[in-house]
Design a protein around this ligand. Structure first.
Ligand code: TXA
Ligand code: MG
Length: 359
C-alpha cells in the first residue's frame, strides 16, 4: 500500500510532486529527499497529520520536529520574532543544512514542538523538497524518515526498509548529498549554541556571526537542549565499537580486537578509512568491510556513514569496529553520530575485559 515513485532529483516529475503535495494537503504523510537525509513530512499546521508522523516512526512524542519551508515568507507566520543574527544566517545558509530555533508563534501546534515554546525551522536545499513544499503551499514538519532508533535514511530504499506499509508515498530522488542531518542552532540567546552538529560546520557559522559554542549537553553529563540528542539514535542492530587514538594505534587496536572477536566466533565488520584499509590489506579478512573514504575527506565520510551502518546490518555482522576521525569541520557531525551509534563504547565491547587483549 506504500507507493514508491522514483523522481529525477534535479528535474522532478510534476505529476509525482502534485501527488505528494495533494497527500500533504489531505493530512497524509509523505517521505521525500532533502540534501541531508530523507524526511517524513506532514502539514505542520494540521495536528492530526503531525500525529501520523510520530505513529509511522514510532517516535517518542517528547521529541520536537523541524518545520521545513520553501521561502522566507513561509517562516514569518511560524515565529514570534527573527533574531538579528538569524537574518545573517538565513542570508548565508538558506536553503541548506542549517536548522534555526525561533520563539514560536501561536500558529504552530504544540504537537510539532513537543510542548516547547520554540520552533525549529529550516529551508532544505533540494529541488524535490522545495518544489513539494511550494506545491503543497503549507509548512512541512519532517523528522528523518527512518523508524525511530534506526540510522537516518540517505537513500529511498532505506525509507522503504523502515516504513513500507506505514505511509502512503515515498519519493525516491536518489542518494542524499550531505548524508548527516542539518546543524541545529539556537540563536534565541546572546551566545548562539549548536544543539546538534550537522551539515553546516561551527567554523562556517563563526565566520558569519562570530562566536558559536556547542551545547554543553552534547558532551558533558547534562541534559542536551535538543530533546532528540538524548536518545541513542542512529544505531545499527550490530554493536558498534569506536576505535580511538593515533592512526598507527587505531590500526593495531582494530587488528587485535578483530582477531580476538573473530576467534570467539563473532561476525565482525570494519568501517574504516582508505588509509587504514590500505595498511591492513592482506593481514586480516573481515566478515564485512566498507571503506568510508580518505581521512582528509570528512564530507565523503559523512556522505557514506549511515548507509555503511545499514549495510553492516544487512551483511549479518554482529559487531562493527569503526575508527575515529578528525573532530574538525564536518568531523564534528561525523564523530557525534559515531559516538551515538557506539553508545559510549570505545576500544573494546562492554563484554570484553581489555586485559584479555594483551598478547
Ligand atoms: O537534516 C535534517 O535536519 C533532517 C531533514 C529531514 O531535514 N531532519 C531531522 O529531523 O533530522 P529529526 O526530527 O530527526 O531531528 C530534529 C532534531 C532533534 O534532535 C530535535 O530534538 C531537535 O531537532 N529539535 C526540534 N525542535 C527543537 C526545538 N524547538 N528546540 C530544540 N531542539 C529541537
Ligand atoms: Mg532523526
Amino acid at each position: 500500500e506504500t507507493e514508491y515513485i522514483i523522481v529525477d532529483p534535479l528535474k522532478p516529475d510534476q505529476n509525482a510532486l502534485k501527488k505528494g503535495a495533494r497527500l500533504l494537503q489531505q493530512g497524509e504523510v509523505v517521505a521525500f529527499p532533502t540534501e541531508t537525509v530523507y524526511g517524513l513530512g506532514a502539514n505542520a499546521l494540521d495536528v492530526q497529520a503531525v500525529k501520523k508522523i510520530y505513529l509511522a516512526k514510532g517516535r517518542p512524542s517528547d521529541n520536537p520536529l523541524i518545520v521545513h519551508v520553501a521561502d522566507r515568507e513561509q517562516l514569518i507566520p511560524l515565529v514570534k520574532e527573527v533574531p538579528e543574527k538569524a537574518y545573517d544566517l538565513i542570508d548565508k545558509f538558506w536553503p541548506g543544512p542549517l536548522t534555526l530555533i525561533f520563539p514560536k508563534s501561536a500558529l504552530v501546534p504544540g504537537e510539532v514542538t513537543a510542548g516547547l515554546d520554540t520552533v525549529a525551522v529550516r529551508m532544505p536545499k533540494h529541488p524535490v523538497a522545495l518544489a513539494l513544499i511550494k506545491e503543497a503551499n503549507v509548512p512541512v514538519a519532517a523528522p528523518s524518515a527512518n523508524a525511530s532508533g534506526k540510522p537516518s535514511p540517505t537513500e529511498g530504499k532505506h525509507v522503504w526498509a523502515d516504513l513500507n506499509g506505514k505511509i502512503p508515498l515515498v519519493l525516491d530522488g536518489g542518494a542524499t548529498k550531505v548524508g548527516v542531518e542539518s546543524t541545529v542552532l539556537d540563536v534565541t540567546g546572546d551566545l548562539p549554541l549548536i544543539l546538534r552538529p550537522g551539515g553546516v560546520t561551527r567554523e562556517e557559522l563563526q565566520s558569519t556571526i562570530g562566536p558559536v559554542e556547542y551545547d554543553p549537553g552534547l558532551t558533558e553529563k547534562k541534559v542536551p537542549r535538543a530533546p532528540g540528542m538524548k536518545y541513542t539514535h542512529y544505531s545499527p542492530e550490530a554493536d558498534v565499537v569506536l576505535i580511538t587514538g593515533e592512526a598507527k594505534e587505531r590500526k593495531e587496536k582494530m587488528k587485535r580486537l578483530f582477531l580476538h572477536l573473530t576467534q570467539e566466533g563473532k561476525k565482525v565488520a570494519l568501517l574504516l578509512s582508505e588509509e587504514t584499509q590500505k595498511e591492513m590489506t592482506g593481514q586480516i579478512v573481515p566478515y564485512y568491510q566498507e571503506v568510508l573514504g580518505s581521512r582528509q575527506d570528512l564530507s565523503g565520510i559523512a556522505h557514506r556513514l549511515f548507509s555503511a551502518f545499514r549495510n553492516c546490518d544487512l551483511s549479518g555482522a554482529e559487531i562493527i569496529l569503526i575508527e575515529e576521525f578528525s573532530h574538525q569541520g564536518m568531523g564534528a557531525a561525523v564523530m557525534n553520530r559515531i559516538r551515538k551509534a557506539a553508545g559510549g563504547v570505545q576500544d573494546a565491547p562492554l563484554t570484553i575485559d581489555m586485559g584479555d587483549l594483551d598478547d
